[in-house]
Write a protein of this length. Structure first.
Lengths: 620, 223
């Protein structure tokens, strides 16, 4: 609801602002055109004598009604040429300074005579006949012609007769300002607009040539080039080709402004293939018809076709484009869309007014104005297109940057992966090699030790030899266990150690108290596991050999989440750590150090406690 | 049950073989009905001997005994199979169990230990070690579910709660007797759990192998 109010208000505001701007522009265009009514030529006689030179006073002169100007011109037919004889008031006749003959936008060519003397012309008076909308002003020194018959010669197309073909003769001072003003707004500024439009149009076309996907750029470039040609057409005094074709070219240009809806579709990313086909079909049909009329039909047919069918039909497509603008302004909102709609609306209104003016309807204003609104609209659209272009460049840039970042990131990841893979491969090779070695040790050395043990038992060898052999076998087993492929799991290693120990303990009749906390996650790796086992084994061996204990206790406990304590305790006779030799205490301390842990030893006559504390993860 | 259980021995090392023959023959309830040193010989002689127990070394001069274990387990499901291991380590024993063995003895085992292992086997139990228990947990229990015993709704596992509990205690190094005391069953029961789990592992391994073979297109699924 709120958004609708905002849209309505912003649309109204945009319409008001734009209308004010346009009204101001028209004020400068029209209100400053100060045509001095008092110098209007009042009495005019008219002759249709077809001759290059001025007719004599004896020719047939028909009086023409005033003040509408030379209304008696034919409404149809071939190009005409007409002579006018006129009178000026006494004020002018008696004026002492330089005088001028002035016509505002005659839409034909005129020349001015005093008696038989030609004082000036607005363009060639023969084929190709121009069709321009430029004012004409001829200066003459008043005393020279004061008593001559004043004539003016007009040649043009029958249908191009605007109301404002009033003829003025008066003091030069009185016309200079108007002349300069109209020259600025009616010639210099339109010429400037033409130059800007052609430049922009060609630029847009070039963009499209190099990037065919941006059809909107191409279509719009073509549209404004055509429009520029249409304006230029009204400014050229001497057409480079026969007037009929020049004229037809203008209408074709105007006709193909119906490319506008195609552009609008692309601009808003609207897909309406059927409408577009209709536009193209009507475009081609129109071109063929117009060409046919220009080549084979009479100029009248062409004129009727152009002004009564052509231009209104083009205007219909303009109305369609306006509807799309309206829809977009309504649905999408935003300053740009509203502005496009407003400018489109103005274009339509002013264009319609110009058409009515062209066909001679009674509408306000002195000349055609659509070119000024069109310039504003086209400039706005070009700015929008440029902004789109730049923002898509910006998008490309940021995408590029992002892509580069991602590539850098990926290659870093790839490198990391490669390194990791290399590490894994090394580890894998090492593990495989170690496993092979262990299997050899297991099957070979292990088997032989077993054999030796069996032999020693059978042959009644000494206890010492048997113990030594057994110890060697146990040690080998410990190494195999800790370095096995799946080794390094502290809990299992301790458990396996206990399995090996049990026989000895049973033999010595020592009771074992076994208490294990949860150590499932304690994966120490082969080397560190072996260090732990060696410390525990040393402590246990000491207890069994020297303490004469009855009970041995092995306990593990977690200290926080990443540290473990292993405690080996006996209830034997104890020893003095300071005096102890052969207890392997030094070795135990070194191994505890390797583990990044601590070794505590307490020994009293009540027994001995060996405590090993170490982190599960190696210090980095 | 027969008065005396017959044992067929496959061991290539003459010293160990003699040691084992002497040890087993000296036991009251066991006697050796055949002793060979190679696979080929074993295949030839085991059928006529029809032993109750097959006691075999793994590494033999003409190949690994794993194939023999598999064949014999298939041929005669009632045959009790023990492997002779130097250390009873995970590496060797698990492979044997997967092939269908019911347990192992150590080459260094005393005659009492051998007697105990054979006795346990006849009573329907199997010896187990911590490393093997750990292996069983890893193979038979879904990885995410190591602590299933405490979970309200554990996902399907190949192990029962009780079996898992036993295995976890074995893996921590507790003896059968200690475990029996801890969870309130007899130590024989623990042995039978072990045997059952060995069978599961063998079956599980076979089904895995079949699945893998199907996947690789080595065999086709019967219609």
């Amino acid at each position: 609801m709120r958004s609708i109010v905002v849209r309505v208000l912003s649309t109204c505001a945009a319409i008001v602002v734009t209308s004010l701007l346009v009204l101001t522009a028209f004020y400068f265009l029209d209100e400053r055109v100060d045509l001095p009514v008092e110098y209007t030529v009042r009495e005019v006689a008219y002759s249709t004598l077809h001759q290059p030179g001025p007719p004599s006073d004896d020719a047939v002169w028909t009086p023409v009604g005033l003040p509408g100007g030379p209304r008696a011109l034919p409404a149809s037919g071939p190009p005409y040429t007409a002579w006018y004889r006129f009178q000026v008031g006494d004020g002018v006749r008696d004026y002492d300074g330089p005088l001028v003959f002035y016509q505002f936008s005659p839409l034909a060519n005129v020349e001015f005579f005093a008696g038989q003397r030609r004082l000036g012309s607005g363009g060639p008076m023969r084929e190709p006949l121009p069709f321009h909308a430029r004012q004409v002003m001829f200066e003459f020194d008043s005393p020279v012609i004061r008593n001559e018959t004043w004539l003016y010669h007009r040649t043009g197309r029958p249908f191009s007769v605007p109301r404002s073909v009033q003829t003025y003769v008066g003091p030069k001072d009185r016309f200079v300002d108007t002349y300069e003003h109209v020259r600025l707004w009616g010639f210099h500024i339109p010429m400037f607009i033409v130059a800007v439009m052609l430049t922009l149009g060609v630029l847009l076309l070039l963009l499209w040539v190099f990037r065919r996907r941006e059809a909107a750029f191409g279509i719009y470039g073509l549209t404004i080039c055509l429009w520029a040609f249409h304006i230029l057409h009204g400014l050229v005094l001497t057409p480079p080709i026969p007037a009929d074709f020049w004229f037809v070219l203008d209408y074709l240009a105007l006709w193909w402004v119906l490319l506008m809806p195609l552009f609008v579709h692309r601009f808003f990313s609207v897909r309406r293939p059927r409408t577009e086909r209709a536009i193209l079909v009507s475009g081609v049909t129109g071109t063929l018809l117009l060409s046919w009329a220009a080549l084979f039909a009479s100029f009248d047919t062409l004129a009727v076709l152009s002004n009564l069918v052509w231009v209104p039909f083009t205007q219909l497509w303009g109305l369609y484009a306006l509807c799309v603008f309206a829809g977009m302004a309504w649905v999408r909102g935003g300053f740009e869309n509203v502005m496009l709609f407003v400018l489109g609306g103005l274009m339509f209104v002013v264009g319609t007014r110009d058409i009515l003016f062209l066909v001679g309807a009674d509408v306000p204003g002195l000349t055609f104005y659509v070119q000024y609104v069109a310039a504003a609209q086209m400039l706005f659209i070009v700015v929008l297109l440029a902004r789109r272009f730049v923002s898509s460049l910006g998008q490309y840039e940021s995408l590029n940057v992002e892509l580069e970042e991602r590539i850098a990131q990926k290659s870093e990841e790839l490198e990391d992966n490669y390194k990791r893979l290399a590490r894994f491969e090394r580890a894998e090779t090492l593990a495989t090699e170690r496993q092979r070695l262990m299997r050899d040790v297991h099957d070979g050395l292990g088997g032989q030790l077993v054999q030796a043990l069996v032999l020693s038992e059978r042959d009644g060898a000494s206890d010492e030899l048997r113990t030594a052999l057994d110890a060697a076998l146990q040690d080998l087993r410990m190494i195999v266990d800790s370095l096995a492929a799946s080794g390094g799991d502290l809990q299992t290693l301790l458990a396996v150690f206990r399995e090996r120990l049990q026989g000895t303990l049973d033999h010595k009749q020592i009771r074992l108290r076994w208490s294990m906390s949860d150590l499932e996650d304690a994966e120490l790796g082969g080397e560190r596991s072996l260090a732990v086992l060696r410390v525990v084994q040393e402590a246990v061996t000491n207890a069994i050999r020297h303490s004469q204990c009855e009970t041995l206790s092995i306990e593990t406990a977690r200290l926080g989440s990443r540290e473990v304590r292993i405690e080996v305790a006996d209830d034997g006779q104890g020893f003095d750590p300071g005096q102890a030799v052969g207890h392997g205490l030094g070795n135990m301390r070194v191994r505890a150090g390797q583990l990044g842990g601590r070794l505590d030893l307490e020994s009293t006559v009540e027994g001995t406690v060996v405590r090993l504390e170490f982190p599960i993860e190696p210090a980095t | 049950m027969k008065e005396t259980a017959s044992v067929f021995l496959v061991e290539d090392d003459p010293v160990t073989r003699r040691h084992l023959v002497e040890t087993i023959d000296s036991l009251e309830r066991f006697c050796i009905v055949g002793e060979v040193g190679a696979l080929a010989e074993a295949r030839e002689r085991i059928e006529p001997a029809s032993p109750d127990v097959l006691l075999t070394d793994l590494k033999l001069p003409d190949g690994s005994a794993l194939a023999l274990i598999e064949e014999q387990a298939d041929l005669n499901p009632r045959l009790l199979i023990l492997v002779i291991s130097v250390f009873g380590d995970e590496e060797t024993v698990v492979r044997a169990v997967e092939a269908g063995a019911h347990g192992y003895i150590l080459k260094t085992d005393s005659s009492q230990a051998i007697d105990l292992a054979l006795q346990q086997l006849l009573d329907g139990g199997s010896p187990i070690s911590a490393s093997i228990a750990r292996h069983l947990i890893r193979r038979l229990q879904p990885a995410s579910d190591q602590s299933a015993a405490t979970q309200a709704d554990p996902p399907p596992s190949l192990l029962s709660r009780r079996e898992l509990e036993v295995l976890q205690l074995v893996a921590k190094g507790y003896s059968y007797q200690e475990i029996a005391n801890l969870i309130g069953v007899s130590s024989n029961t623990i042995g039978s759990y072990t045997k059952r789990m060995y069978t599961k592992l063998a079956v599980h391994s076979k089904s895995e192998a079949v699945f893998e073979a199907l996947r690789l297109g080595l065999v086709t699924k019967p219609e």
